[in-house]
Design a protein around this ligand. Structure first.
Ligand code: COS
Length: 384
């Protein structure tokens, strides 16, 4: 639901200009150094990008889901590492508090998340618990006014930068399934909390992940999200429903960028005496990419609008994430193919996108998990 078209169009134009003028020129530098320059982080804060989905009452922009995915399309027209830095504050690193937090938790943490003063991270995955998230083993045992957390979380995006972690842990160890899990807010610097070495990844240089290790970490009981035990898994799933829409939007934006690079190359590059874009086999790749991007864009917007209407969009979010991320992979592959030999060389940048977007089909639920969610919901509720 777009609240004020004029303000939104100003925001989208500002983001598009920022991406074009400030981020795109830094893509190669960020990939080489594995760091986003401080000046860019400062600009991101000034533009309010850390707080797009934080409600206005807590200092954010309070964008609706539709507005947020429209912003997401624009932001994703550059290396995904840039969005990754503020994506957890808008998504998985803050939404547990936004959706299920107590008023005191919201007032304490959300304003700092909205400005980017602190980065939020989401700690669900473990060495032995990935797709089967409900099997997680990290424990959180009550001890007076504290919970004592023990365990290891893996592949945690923005953990090296994070000021707070939303941690899913088993507060009722005798219950092995989802209902034994609670969600906690754990602050950086709490004794016993430590980080592993930064992971070396296939792509998305500039975006960092690492292990987060809990060794008798004492967390105040007041940091139990929503002040309710046993609902942490549901909190995580609700957070991921929204997160999956954000990844779907990022897939659309990145695919649009790759198609626009491929189009430019197809116009410039000449073979057999004419631009390669005049050959029908190249045209087929361009046309298929455009059609699929259009389909994904419509899907993401439809799911976002339904979420804004207050509907449960578990199925739609999974459909959008599945289709858009797989589409993005196909577009990346075609873009490299259109660039030919140049597509394989680092200096043209397209191979970097090819590696960067590979993650979209994996994180916040693999394509296979999205298929599982869609099919299970269909078998339970029927098709609409
Ligand atoms: N919103 C609210 N509640 C949800 C929900 C959602 N989207 N999805 C599931 N739940 C609830 C269920 O209703 C169930 O509650 P009840 O027992 O009261 O009915 C509970 O959560 C357990 O759900 P379920 O039985 O479906 O759990 P499963 O163990 O079968 O796991 C999957 C479900 C596989 C879908 C889940 O583990 C998952 O999403 N895995 C992927 C994790 C992931 O995306 N990791 C990425 C890393 S984080 S970046």
């Amino acid at each position: 639901m777009i609240r004020d078209p004029e303000t939104l169009s100003l925001l989208l134009d500002t983001i598009a200009r920022f991406v074009r003028e400030k981020l795109v020129p830094q893509e190669a530098h960020v990939a080489e150094t594995d760091q986003i320059p401080e000046t860019i982080v400062r600009d991101m804060k000034e533009l309010g990008l850390f707080g797009m989905s934080i409600p206005e009452a807590y200092g954010g922009m309070g964008l609706t889901m539709e507005e947020e995915v429209l912003a997401g399309f624009e932001i994703a027209r550059t290396s995904p590492a840039f969005r990754s830095l503020f994506a957890t504050n808008n998504g998985i690193g803050a939404q547990g508090i936004v959706i299920d937090g107590t008023e005191a938790q919201k007032q304490h943490y959300l304003p700092k998340i909205a400005t980017g003063e602190i980065i939020g991270a989401f700690a669900l995955t473990e060495p032995d618990s990935g797709s089967d998230a409900a099997s997680l083993r990290t424990s959180a045992l009550k001890d007076g006014d504290f919970y004592v957390i023990n365990g290891t979380k893996r592949y945690i995006t923005n953990a090296p930068e994070a000021g707070i972690f939303t941690v899913m842990a088993r507060s009722a160890p005798q219950r092995k399934g989802a209902d034994g899990i609670s969600a906690f807010i754990v602050e950086k610097g709490t004794p016993g909390l430590s980080l592993g070495a930064i992971d070396k990844k296939m792509g998305q240089k500039g975006a960092h992940t690492c292990d987060v290790i809990f060794d008798n970490v004492r967390v105040p009981a007041a940091n139990l999200i929503g002040n309710r035990e046993g609902v942490g898994f549901k909190t995580a799933m609700k957070v991921l429903d929204k997160g999956r829409l954000n990844i779907a939007a990022a897939s659309v934006g990145a695919a649009e960028r790759m198609l626009s690079d491929a189009l430019r190359y197809a116009r410039e590059r000449k073979q057999f005496g004419k631009a390669i874009g005049e050959f029908q086999l190249i045209q087929a790749m361009l046309a298929d990419s455009h059609a699929e991007i259009y389909a994904a864009r419509c899907m993401v917007l439809d799911a976002a609008r339904k979420r804004d209407e207050g509907r449960n969009v578990g199925t739609e979010a999974a459909c959008a994430k599945l289709f858009a991320s797989e589409m993005c992979g196909r577009v990346a592959d075609r873009a490299v193919q259109i660039f030919g030999g140049a597509g394989y060389l680092a200096e043209y940048g397209i191979e970097r996108f090819y590696r960067d977007v590979r993650l979209f089909r994996i994180f916040e639920g693999t394509s296979q998990i999205q298929q599982l969610v869609i099919a299970r919901n269909l078998l339970r509720d029927g098709a609409t």
